[in-house]
Design a protein around this ligand. Structure first.
Ligand code: NDP
Ligand code: 2IT
Length: 448
């Protein structure tokens, strides 16, 4: 093994050298590479065909200027990205993120994780990600529309139902997908629903896609709890964020008998010991686009802590659903000390490597993002299936499919961890299981 590990270390050093300054990308690559020693020891053909080095290099990276005019007529310039990482298993598939922190390193970390996540879903989708450093916060609908139209005016030429199919992520929801779909249709003169997912229900969208990531992550945690002969019933839970993933995580936790007492946004944390009022949160965030702080305007018994740390609130189940690196080593230790027995990542890479180490050493049920939050992209693939068949399925049928997919992902990760002698380690299970399928497809496709 020492020789194999040394080879993988050399590959990682090469990634650092070729991608300077992209710290989130380095972090995502290291987490996967650290799991692959025993895999390449069993499969020397992966080393020979240099599969790992190829997987770490995106197939294509597109960076473009996005000029747009705000309501005052002022010209603004943002940067747009689409990283088409791997088409080994299907067309590039993955969301678009609009947030001021977006740069190439963020898009590449997300695109890299997406390859393995999409492989875990068992559906025919490759990995990609995109976005912009545009900040939708505080912008009018018209400004968001003009931005989306300008963004799509460049991006459209790279898309297609068999080529690359974007969806939402932070800052990109139904409104943005609508404006981008409209512009795509106008430029191409083609009504091609299969080119974007997360669409509205009357123009090609799928039931359950809105709920899918949060519901899926909760199903995944439910499976981890079941494997330990436990359940959500009566559990106190905390969910960071208050966007799409957080909202439907809270909803499913409540449906499964848990009580969610806290959520957050980038300004602060809400704590409601009676259990969060989800109807109010939906109205504040989905309809009125307000800050979570406004929760206490009507619910005076609840507490709001500006710049608070949600992980200091005792809980048995924690579901980070905001952004990357939101749980550090200290937060993880606090969670474990306070009695947390399960963590399911709705967000992508929300736990730092130090935090992951704490969870794994404490042997709590820890579901990493690329497994736990795969329900969103899986339901996007179901939306693609419905579009291809000019069909639309019922809520119940689609939700059952989502639950089956999450159960399968759980079982595959669990069994892979067992097979590699790391019982209960879903990080190892997810990385190995996701990687092998992609690697085998790459071997089959030859040197491309
Ligand atoms: P939304 O834009 O709907 O919500 C994001 C939430 O996270 C908001 O409450 C936001 O607060 C908070 N947040 C975002 N960035 C930061 C930050 N830098 N610091 C603190 N809080 C922050 O996005 P989603 O719910 O769609 O995405 C949440 C996470 O889930 C992301 O990691 C995303 O990659 C992941 N994910 C999403 C999927 C999807 O289908 N949408 C699928 C799989 C994973 P504020 O409003 O203050 O910015
Ligand atoms: O991180 C993710 O998996 C997403 N943002 C969803 C991607 C998709 O194509 O539905």
């Amino acid at each position: 093994m020492a020789q194999v590990d040394a080879k993988i270390e050399t590959m990682y050093q090469e990634v650092l050298k070729r991608n300077p300054g992209e710290t989130e990308f380095h972090q995502a690559v290291l987490e996967v590479l650290e799991c692959l020693g025993p895999v390449v020891a069993k499969h020397p053909e992966y080393l020979e065909r240099r599969i790992i080095e190829r997987i770490c290099e995106p197939e294509r990276q597109i960076i473009f200027r996005v000029p747009w005019q705000d309501d005052k007529g002022k010209v603004n310039i943002n940067r747009g990205f689409r990283v088409e990482f791997s088409s080994a298993l299907g067309p590039y598939k993955g969301g678009l993120r609009f947030h001021p922190s977006v740069y190439l390193g963020i898009v590449k970390f997300l695109g890299f994780e997406q390859i393995f996540k999409n492989s875990l879903t068992g559906l025919p989708i490759g990995g990609g990600k995109g976005g912009s450093d545009f900040d939708p916060k505080g912008k009018s609908d018209d400004e968001v529309m003009r931005f989306c139209q300008s963004f799509m005016t460049e991006l459209y030429r790279h898309l297609g139902e068999h080529t690359d199919v974007p969806a939402g992520d932070i800052g990109v929801g139904g409104r943005e997908i609508g404006y981008m779909f409209g512009q795509y249709k106008r430029i191409t003169n083609r009504y091609e629903p299969g080119v974007l997912t997360g669409k509205g229900l009357t123009w090609g969208g799928s039931l359950v896609r809105t709920e899918a990531t949060g519901y899926g992550a909760t199903f995944f945690v439910n499976e981890m709890l079941k494997a330990r002969k436990d359940s959500f019933e009566g559990k106190t839970c905390t969910v960071s964020g208050s966007g799409n993933v957080a909202i439907y995580t809270i909803e499913k936790i409540h449906q499964l008998g848990g009580k969610c007492v806290a959520c957050s946004d980038s300004n602060g944390v809400i704590y409601d010991e009676k259990g969060l009022d989800l109807d109010l949160i939906k109205r504040l965030k989905e309809v009125e686009r307000r800050r979570i702080e406004d929760y206490i305007k009507t619910h005076k018994h609840a507490k709001y802590v500006a710049k608070g740390n949600i992980w200091e609130i005792p809980c048995q189940v924690a579901m980070p659903s905001a952004t990357q690196n939101e749980i550090n080593g200290k937060d993880a230790a606090t969670l474990v000390k306070n009695g947390c027995i399960a963590v399911g990542e709705g967000a992508n890479m929300p736990t730092t490597p130090e935090g992951v180490k704490v969870f794994l050493e404490a042997k709590i049920a820890y579901g990493p993002g690329k497994a736990a939050n795969a329900g969103g992209v899986a339901t996007s693939a179901l939306e693609m299936q419905q579009n291809a068949g000019r069909d639309s399925w019922t809520f119940e049928y689609t939700e059952r499919k989502l639950e089956d997919i999450m159960i399968n992902i759980h079982n595959n990760c669990f069994e892979t961890a067992e097979e590699y002698g790391a019982s209960g380690n879903y990080v190892l299970g997810a990385n190995i299981c996701g990687f092998i399928k992609v690697a085998n497809a790459m071997v089959a496709h030859g040197l491309i």
